[in-house]
Write a protein that binds this ligand. Structure first.
Ligand code: FAD
Length: 428
């Protein structure tokens, strides 16, 4: 791994370097979730010699999704270490400046690309696919299944599945997102671990009737905003994103028809292109709907079960969760390798490395809801005036300083070099 100001020399005193014998040889690890965090930790665990199975509830790799981004040297370093930086760059969205508009579509403020799209932005589904392709030769993926129960003892974890036969593993990694099933089974109910942020978010694909090309337009009314953006490779498609302020709703997360009803209610009578967006909602078969929320878990491990990514420290929009998930995967697998699979020491070290970093990233998400959907017309005008008067570029520099501080607030150890990661043969 290349050195930068955020990396430190390997702690060679902890264990001898032994490239001939991978440090996690023989360790059987089950990972729940095949989005970003799951394949990322599978990548490293496989490199260190573990036998890795990833179980994913969806019948296949979930495509699409909103855009996620990477910022600063630490994210870049991890992408390089995984040797996927070029693949990510090749599939980045190339999103340009984005405009805040009024009801008549007049531009009020221009927001430079780096503010909302980081250094490199990619659709979550494209990123998941890149990592899946890089890992599938060494990792066993099981789609369309889920952990049903977990029972751990001193020597391992007995896992039963919804469909497959029961298995015993040495360790289980819960990388199954903000609403983690693994967390619910082992750490307790979701209500104890997910804090609602006061807003809901929805996104879906629709025809690109504005002809947006690598740009986005955002229209805000008190407590609600509609954003239309260019959607990746297909010029005919756009992505509608809707944010609205709300008290917590008691709704079934799988009931898509109910989500559509709710969105129609919440955005009824909206100006600009809101009526077009609500019409298009009828045909949407890819609606994403969730609260802006964050995971708050007291301790990332319980015995042999450990949480990674959104399951442990997600913050939905604005919390740099993708970068956090990749950094977390690097650190978790690296600490396991450093401890030669001694999970107690490794999980304690993982938590010590990650906690302040992840909390800092979560904090950056706190202002995202109020930024997108200020509560009153006066607050919307204040937001727009601030950006206009100070200049979007000045605001962007301030914003960038804050997010970069959080995104780079960790010193990556050089685990792979120290412990002789297996050579990648998938590209040779
Ligand atoms: C609206 C929105 C915007 C965002 N924007 C950004 C951004 O701009 N930048 C950024 O860095 N991050 C962003 N994020 C966060 C980012 O999407 C996540 O942090 C990132 O995807 C890492 O997630 P993960 O792999 O931990 O979980 P997820 O991506 O949620 O994946 C969890 C996986 O687990 C699977 N799963 C669920 N239950 C089970 C089960 N019982 N058994 C097996 N598998 C299961 C799911 O199907 C899914 O594949 C955003 C998030 C949201 C919601």
């Amino acid at each position: 791994m290349t050195k930068n100001s955020n990396t430190i020399p390997p702690d060679v005193s902890r264990l001898p370097h032994s490239p001939a014998r991978p440090p996690l040889a023989g360790l059987r690890v089950l990972v729940s979730g095949a989005s970003v965090a799951g394949p990322a930790v599978a990548f490293w665990l496989d490199r260190y010699g573990a036998e890795v199975t990833v179980v994913e509830k969806a019948p296949e790799l979930r495509p699409g999704g909103f855009a996620v981004d990477f910022r600063g040297a630490v994210h870049a370093e991890v992408l390089r270490a995984m040797d996927i930086a070029d693949d990510v760059a090749a599939r980045q969205t190339h999103m340009g400046a984005q405009s805040v508009v009024d009801a008549a579509d007049r531009v009020l403020v221009e927001l430079p690309a780096s503010m909302l799209s980081g250094d490199v932005e990619i659709h979550r589904g494209d990123l998941a696919e890149i990592m899946y392709e890089r890992t599938r030769s060494g990792v066993r993926y099981v789609f369309g299944d889920s952990i049903a129960s977990l029972r751990q003892d001193d020597d391992g974890v007995d896992v039963s599945f919804e469909r497959a036969a029961p298995q015993r593993y040495d360790l289980v990694v819960g990388a199954d997102g903000l609403h983690s099933h693994t967390r619910a089974l082992v750490f307790g109910p979701e209500e104890c671990h997910v804090r609602f942020g006061g807003y809901y978010f929805a996104a879906f694909g629709l025809p690109n009737h504005l002809g947006l090309d690598r740009t986005a337009r955002m229209y805000t009314e008190p407590g609600r905003t509609v954003l239309l953006s260019h959607y990746g490779g297909d010029p005919a498609r756009a992505l509608a994103s809707l944010v609205f302020a709300s008290d917590p709703l008691s709704h079934d997360r799988r009931d898509v028809a109910a989500h559509k009803r709710l969105l129609r209610e919440r955005f009824a009578g909206g100006g600009w292109h809101t009526a077009y967006v609500l019409d298009a909602l009828d045909d949407a078969d890819d609606l994403y709907f969730d609260a802006l929320a964050r995971s708050e878990v007291d301790g990332l491990a319980r015995g042999r079960v450990v949480l990674l990514g959104d399951a442990g420290y997600g913050a939905t929009m604005g919390g740099m969760g993708t970068g956090c998930a990749l950094v977390g995967a690097y650190v978790l697998a690296g600490e396991l390798a450093a401890a030669r699979g001694a999970h107690r020491a490794a999980f304690a070290a993982y938590e010590a490395e990650m906690t302040a970093f992840a909390r800092g990233c979560q904090k950056t998400a706190a202002n995202v809801g109020p930024f997108f959907a200020p509560a009153t017309q006066a607050a919307i005008r204040r937001r727009d005036r601030t950006y206009r008067v100070l200049g979007a570029r000045v605001m962007t520099r301030v914003f960038r300083r804050i997010t970069l501080h959080a995104a780079q607030n960790i010193r990556l150890k050089d685990y792979p070099r120290c412990y002789g990661a297996r050579r990648d043969t998938t590209r040779e």
